[in-house]
Design a protein around this ligand. Structure first.
Ligand SMILES: *Cc1c(COP(=O)(O)O)cnc(C)c1O
Length: 219
């Protein structure tokens, strides 16, 4: 199957309310152009430098999503163009994004990353930390960031019930936030291995890489 075929068969299987982010990290521009020519306009990257380079070289109607862990000192490089930052996991980071948004005379859309997996290594807020942040006085002053929703990653396991439980939990957090913030409408969860379960549990945005572009080679 070609990249275009993979893309279109996934896209055609999605309910209307689910947005597909094609995760193009590590992939060359030629591969991304194949998806672009098949109609895809939203791409996800996890390294700021790589995303910035692709942004410079590729058509300007692409929406670039930062899906990886973000280091504060690199926010400035993507601030002029990034369309959504999925992995916001601290108030400090959000303050830096707000500062860079002001410099670029724009607002930057963000998702708050929530830790739902069993694994210790995954980044993100737990529920209490999330509440602490949204009630923090400084949070309310950040007028150049728009919190559009939450993002999470399930445990890497074959146990589909475990995955379902974690996505269900994130959906509950999403619904609660929605009651408090008008701007909340995105629930980013689901990757190649688990996006079908994620959609059943309420996902509105899936991030799919290898099922579109093939396995990644990290050498
Ligand atoms: C790489 C990555 C994906 C895509 O993973 P696949 O299994 O290739 O679909 C999704 N989300 C995040 C945060 C990633 O880093």
């Amino acid at each position: 199957m070609s990249i275009a075929n993979n893309l279109l068969s996934i896209k055609n299987s999605l309910p209307d309310h689910v947005t597909l982010v094609a995760v193009s990290k590590t992939k060359p521009i030629a591969d991304i152009m194949e998806a672009y020519d098949a109609g895809q306009r939203i791409f996800g990257e996890n390294k700021i430098q790589e995303m910035t380079q692709k942004w410079e070289e590729m058509p300007k109607d692409i929406q670039w999503h930062m899906i990886g862990h973000v280091q504060r000192n690199k926010v400035k490089y993507m601030a002029p163009f990034v369309s959504l930052i999925h992995g916001v996991d601290s108030l400090k980071l959000l303050k830096e994004i707000n500062k860079q948004a002001i410099k670029n005379e724009r607002k930057i859309c963000c998702l708050l990353q929530v830790h739902i997996a069993e694994e210790e290594t995954k980044f993100g807020f737990d529920e209490d930390e999330l509440l602490d942040m949204i009630n923090h006085p400084e949070f309310k002053e950040l007028n150049h960031v728009v919190i559009e929703g939450v993002m999470g990653m399930a445990t890497f396991t074959e146990d589909t019930e475990q995955i379902r439980k974690e996505f269900h939990k994130l959906n509950n957090i999403f619904k609660n936030l929605k009651l408090n913030f008008e701007s909340i409408h995105i629930l980013s969860m689901g990757m190649s291995g688990d996006y079908k379960i994620a959609i059943e549990e309420g996902s509105t945005m899936i991030r799919v890489g290898s099922s579109i572009f093939g396995a990644r080679n990290y050498q």
